[in-house]
Design a protein around this ligand. Structure first.
Ligand SMILES: C[S@@+](CC[C@H](N)C(=O)[O-])C[C@H]1O[C@@H](n2cnc3c(N)ncnc32)[C@H](O)[C@@H]1O
Length: 322
């Protein structure tokens, strides 16, 4: 086994994987699901009937695009900075409205996946060539450090798809606090939060019958096999989802179906699993107005307005600095 103190890992992915698989209980970070294959599977998820989030938020943006674009805009140019932009499917509704109304803005999508950013840039060139776009690859936290430097224009920070739900409450407060610190008085944050609802609806969204979410979750093991010369047998792990209606937390796991040892060459590591031992892979937090206000307050933000779909499945909130 590697002596961690003496080791220089070849990438942050390698280091995080080592840490997660040598911890108890074992975990892996969901942000690493997103590579070329993971991006594709996520697009399949967004098209699943069970994955209500995309359709609900899409509806909110379509119904309210005129109001939202007016709130974003100002007499001068502004920067529209999107964190975890993905393929921009829903953002394009807003981009089209902003272009149609001839508002002057620069679109700056950020994502951990270079692949999805390349696809987004190509799609925008084709579908809305008027948009001035500059992509940036990196994690939320890398980007937030640089956000305060974007000071020459008003900033509108966009986080769609309930990306914040992949963070624990304390990480979410940290994330929001970093955003708040980078915001000036005129700036605003527009963020999507999936809402608490029938637990069965939530479970089905992360545990579809066709097994698409299972493939998505297992893409973590596929990446370890491909990039770190791992030897995970995907058949020996079970995708498992839980939802706790009290805390509003949906959690994804990969559970080892048998006692096994898995070699990961590039980490010089053999990972030992007991039968039915788990790897925690993702959280998808669900919210209500009280929790959103509490997170905002902790972070130095205040909710100015919210937009909901007709069934209150999903909400987008506008925040300002306190
Ligand atoms: C659930 S998808 C949502 C995409 C898009 N916001 C939407 O609503 O369709 C999450 C996106 O955030 C990116 N992502 C996940 N974790 C990230 C992180 N820590 N830093 C930057 N991007 C991240 C992923 O690559 C993916 O494109």
């Amino acid at each position: 086994m590697k002596d961690q103190s003496a080791t220089l890992f070849e990438s942050v992915f390698a280091e995080d994987t080592y840490k997660g698989l040598t911890s108890y209980p074992k975990y892996l970070h969901s942000k690493y699901i997103y590579d070329k294959k993971g991006d594709k599977i996520f697009q399949e998820i967004m098209a699943m009937p069970e994955y209500y989030l995309t359709e609900c938020e899409f509806d909110i943006l379509k119904q309210n695009k005129v109001d939202i674009a007016r709130i974003f805009s100002s007499d001068k140019d502004f920067d529209l900075i999107e964190l975890g932009a993905g393929d921009g499917k829903k953002t394009k509704v807003l981009l089209k409205e902003l272009v149609e109304k001839e508002y002057k803005f620069h679109y700056l999508p950020v994502d951990i996946s270079q692949n999805v950013l390349d696809e987004l840039e190509a799609a925008l060139k084709d579908e809305i060539p008027e948009v001035a776009v500059k992509t940036q690859q990196g994690t939320y936290f890398d980007t937030l450090e640089k956000l305060a430097e974007y000071n020459s224009r008003k900033k509108v920070i966009l986080v769609l798809g309930s990306n914040i739900g992949n963070l624990s409450h304390s990480e979410a407060v940290d994330f929001l606090r970093n955003i708040a610190v980078a915001m000036s008085e005129d700036d605003m944050l527009f963020m999507g939060f999936d809402q608490k609802k029938d637990p069965e609806v939530i479970m089905n969204a992360y545990n579809d019958a066709a097994g698409i979410t299972e493939r998505f979750n297992k893409n973590l093991l596929v990446r370890i096999n491909q990039e770190l010369d791992g030897e995970f047998d995907l058949e020996k792990f079970k995708h498992w989802e839980t939802y706790d209606p009290e805390t509003g937390t949906a959690r994804s796991f990969l559970v080892s179906k048998e006692a096994q040892r898995v070699r990961i060459d590039k980490l010089d590591l053999e990972v030992k699993f007991d039968a039915w031992e788990s790897i925690h892979t993702e959280i998808s937090q669900k919210y209500d107005d009280a929790v959103v206000s509490w997170l905002a307050d902790e972070a130095g933000l205040v909710v100015e307005r919210d937009f909901a779909d007709s069934e209150n499945c999903f909400k987008n909130y506008i925040f300002r600095r306190k």
